[in-house]
Design a protein around this ligand. Structure first.
Ligand code: 5AD
Ligand code: SF4
Ligand code: FES
Length: 356
């Protein structure tokens, strides 16, 4: 395969080794890389793995994920938590349960917890400020929020309360696809949320799903270019997995290989970003997370949600780790990381800035 860097045509391996990593991403090389197959695909994955070793080292950072409420005001066409789905029992963890879960995580060795929920306004600006402050007082954990779209005042209050990072996937930057799957979201509003989060000084994560209906490699390349301009420091991606209680139940969904190629391309574009091997990749293939860690990823986000409510946070079907405890998953991912010849990160794994 030949790839143009805008001036000359390079062979695939030349492009990987000599030319494109860390440069301004352009459609003319993103698309062929996203579509690579056979030996080219292999070269892409190995090249990204090598670059990861150089920029991020061998350690894999663990982020403990607490899914503390499955209430959601929205009706995204792909997600099992959508408001109109009456087949799931809704739950909210109490503030004490959240704190206890965090304390346990810290004891296990976690340095970061991620508080994730549906868009649940019960957790108002003030309620969340209380929780963030309590966590910051009682633990030394870095706190990442993943609570969807809110207004600038709220994001600012949470930052002031001590939140370190925010994750908000853009899902897709294609206006037609975005509109088709988000009956109650607006692409420009969501982009603006990300601009605000960036301006407020959060360590910022975004990402997309791969394999959405109608999505092409050209769309994914556009997503990457948009995230590059935004300046994301963490990028979480995964295959779209159709859920039977949603309008997209009959769709095909994404594949592991599509997701792996995207991880690798992201590593080339963002040499210093934190890129997780996501649960969706572990769901579509028992070794999906390992494969992602060997294609450019350097983070895992084990579930530390109390086991009793885990099955209720069913954004997609057959999610892994539903019967496991936080201790079990911690042991499991640690063993898998060591099995790959890597180590578990012992520092906070804050984002590396200004290192483009
Ligand atoms: N398949 C894969 N990923 C999904 N998400 C939500 N629903 C699905 C699904 N059916 C992802 C979205 C969201 C993240 C928390 O989970 O990208 O941002
Ligand atoms: Fe709600 Fe997020 Fe699911 Fe959309 S993706 S329905 S906002 S939990
Ligand atoms: Fe949960 Fe392996 S990560 S059991």
């Amino acid at each position: 395969m030949q790839i143009s860097n805008g001036k000359t045509f390079l062979s695939f391996s030349e492009a990987l080794s000599a030319g494109i990593a860390g440069t301004v991403p352009a459609f003319n090389w993103l698309v062929p890389l996203l579509d690579a197959n056979g030996a080219d695909e292999k070269a892409l994955l190995t090249g990204a793995d090598r670059l990861r070793a150089k920029t991020m080292g061998n350690s894999v950072h663990l982020r403990g994920l607490i899914e503390f409420s499955n209430f959601c005001r929205k009706n995204c066409h792909y997600c099992g938590l959508r408001a109109v789905n009456q087949k799931i029992k809704r739950y909210r963890l109490s503030e004490t349960e959240i704190l206890d879960t965090a304390l346990k995580a810290e004891k296990l060795g976690y340095k970061t917890i991620v508080l994730q929920s549906g868009e649940d306004l019960h957790f108002s600006s003030d309620v969340m400020c209380g929780i963030i402050k309590e966590l910051k007082n009682k633990t030394k954990l870095a706190v990442t929020l993943s609570l969807g779209e809110r207004d600038e005042t709220t994001y600012a209050a949470w930052k002031k309360a001590g939140a370190d990072r925010y994750l908000l996937r853009i899902e897709t930057t294609d206006p037609v696809i975005f509109k088709a799957i988000h009956p109650d979201s607006d692409l420009e509003y969501r982009k603006n949320c990300l601009y605000i989060l960036k301006k407020l000084g959060y360590q910022l994560g975004s990402g997309v799903m791969v394999g959405l209906p109608g999505q092409t490699s050209l769309n994914l390349a556009g997503d990457i270019i948009w995230m590059y301009k935004l300046g994301v420091e963490m990028v979480g991606i995964g295959p779209f997995l159709p859920h039977k209680e949603t309008p997209l139940r009959e769709e095909k969904g994404g594949t592991l290989n599509q997701a792996l190629r995207l991880v690798s391309v992201l590593r080339l574009v963002f040499p210093y970003a934190h890129i997780p091997a996501t649960t969706a990749m572990g769901t579509i293939d028992p070794l999906g997370r390992e494969k992602a860690l060997e294609a450019g990823a350097n983070v895992i986000m084990p579930n530390i949600t109390p086991t009793g409510v885990r099955p209720l946070y069913e954004i997609y079907p057959n999610k892994i780790c539903l019967d496991e405890t936080a201790d079990k998953c911690f042991g499991c991912v640690t063993a898998r990381i060591i099995g790959l010849g890597r180590t578990v990160g012992t520092d906070y794994g804050h984002v590396k800035r200004n290192t483009k």
